[in-house]
Design a protein around this ligand. Structure first.
Ligand code: NAG
Length: 294
């Protein structure tokens, strides 16, 4: 009797373990460059060799974009941010699609984050090995749960990636999680907070990067009429605008009260953009308009 139960229990555990521990194996990777800005070329993780990728990765600089819950390669984060990267620069863009799990319930998607990030790190390692990309000219950009995905990827690469940008990193299940995106995940970690306050906010409120920009105080974005989804999505919209205009300048804040009251008077840094050599630390406030280019 006991033996049968044990076998049964083992079978149940095995059934659950297979699909929930290998989520990252379902990741797909789409490459865009200035030579193919519209139609991507998919790279297959197990088939990365110097011969197969050398012609594809034409630039020395690379960015990797990771969507959040309910996202995919098709959701507007990806065409908007991808197109903004390709507009004025010679760059390789890889869009990661983890929609197999991102499209499921929030808790399933949130649970997939570590595996999705670890698989991304393996692909990055393979591409570095194939001399297609280099960690010191690599920028990882993640929105919502994707911010924690790029955090995991960066951690798996010993924090040696040049830059990570976290766009309104997801708060639910992650806000106080010790494995959330943090400043050690890359040489420079920048966070853009747009929906960071209160129980309805989708984004982390704590400063977790080297530099944390609180856009219009970090919550209730102008033109969003207190709609949290609108404020959350504003993170990638303003980031995309900075890639082409580089016009949103933040001032360092001494404390939360200054962030909230808009009285930050410290030194200034441009939010966003694609500079690999940014420096700075602390909380910054940046004020924007209600519509593109903000
Ligand atoms: C790579 O990025 C740096 C900025 O961080 C820039 O100075 C350089 O021109 C870029 N290289 C190419 C090929 O665009």
């Amino acid at each position: 009797m006991n033996k049968i139960l044990v076998v049964f229990a083992a079978a149940v555990i095995a059934c659950h373990a297979v699909p929930t521990t290998k989520q990252g194996e379902f990741n797909r990777y789409f490459v865009y460059t200035n030579a193919n800005p519209r139609l991507p070329i998919e790279i297959i993780p197990g088939e990365i060799t110097e011969e197969s990728v050398s012609a594809l990765f034409s630039s020395s600089n690379t960015t990797i974009i990771v969507h959040g819950h309910r996202g995919s390669v098709m959701t507007s984060l990806n065409p908007t941010v991808k197109d903004a990267f390709l507009r004025n620069q010679d760059i390789n863009v890889i869009v990661v699609d983890w929609s197999t799990f991102a499209s499921q319930t929030y808790s399933v998607a949130a649970g997939a984050v570590p595996s999705v990030g670890a698989s991304l790190a393996s692909v990055i390692t393979a591409l570095v090995g194939a001399k297609a990309i280099a960690l010191n000219t690599l920028h990882l950009v993640g929105f919502d749960l994707g911010a924690h995905v790029v955090g995991f990827a960066g951690r798996n690469l010993d924090g040696k990636v040049a830059r990570i940008t976290g766009l309104s990193p997801a708060a639910q299940n992650w806000g106080s999680n010790s494995q959330r995106i943090n400043k050690n995940d890359a040489l420079y970690v920048e966070i853009i907070h747009t929906d960071a306050v209160g129980i309805l906010g989708h984004g982390i409120g704590d400063p977790v990067g080297d530099v944390d920009f609180f856009v219009n105080g970090g919550t209730g974005q102008p033109g969003c009429f207190l709609n949290n989804y609108c404020s959350h999505n504003r993170a990638w919209e303003v980031f995309a605008a900075t890639l082409t205009n580089n016009h949103l300048i933040g001032n360092q804040c001494g404390n939360w009260l200054q962030v909230t009251l808009n009285t930050c008077r410290g030194y200034s840094i441009a939010m966003g953009n694609n500079d690999f050599n940014k420096l700075g630390s602390g909380m910054f406030r940046v004020n924007t308009r209600r519509a593109y280019p903000f």
